[in-house]
Every structure is written in C-alpha cells, then in structure tokens.
Design a protein around this ligand. Structure first.
Ligand SMILES: [Zn+2]
Length: 114
C-alpha cells in the first residue's frame, strides 16, 4: 500500500492541517476505490458495477446509484446546517463524523466484485 500513499489526492490532503485520524480515514477510503485499485493494477477495470462510469471518490460520494440510501442519510444530516451540494473538502472538514459514517457504510466487497 505504500505506493498508494503517493497518489495525488492523498498528497493534496497531506499538505493541509487536518488531524491524523481524518487523514488515515480518507486514505483507507481512497485505497478501496476502483480507479485507484485499477491504477495500481490490482484489478482489471476501474468501472463501477452500477454503470459504465469510472468509480472515483466523487462518483461514490455524489452519483453512484448503489449508494443512494447511504447518501440520503448523509444529505439529510448535512442539510440541517448547509445546502447540498457541498464540496468534498468542506464535507470532510466540517462534517467529518457523517462523512466517516457514509464511507464506513460502503460495502467495498460488493462494490469491487470484478
Ligand atoms: Zn457506481
């Protein structure tokens, strides 16, 4: 997994002053996403099982039909204090607890069946 840490996305976060537990959580999340697994030749295709779209962090967070239920929970909590759509950065910084809950609810075993 050492090679994955050098990805651009992680790199971006490593320069911001966020607590280690948030950094670790994001790192784990990203390392399970198909576009990254594909990039490092761990799987054969980056396409999400829901469609013909490449499975990226944005796809899972904002688009993937397989996560509609989990996303509804996320949106309903964010809407108590913000408007949706919210930026990924703001979501992580201001609403980390609910972001963590959302990502923890994702079953990567199901999403990453090849
Ligand atoms: Zn999808």
């Amino acid at each position: 997994m050492a090679v994955l840490i050098s990805s651009t996305y992680i790199h971006k976060y490593s320069h911001t002053h966020i607590p280690t537990y948030i950094y670790t959580h994001i790192h784990t999340y990203i390392c399970n996403i198909r576009s990254y697994l594909y990039r490092f030749k761990i799987i054969e295709t980056p396409i999400c099982p829901c469609s013909t779209t490449i499975q990226t962090t944005d796809h899972l967070l904002f688009e993937c039909e397989l996560l509609n239920k989990e996303r509804d929970n996320l949106i309903s909590i964010v809407l108590q204090t913000e408007v949706w759509l919210i930026s990924k950065d703001k979501l992580v910084r201001k609403h980390f607890k609910i972001f963590a809950k959302f990502t923890n609810e994702i079953s990567f075993d199901n999403l990453n069946k090849v």
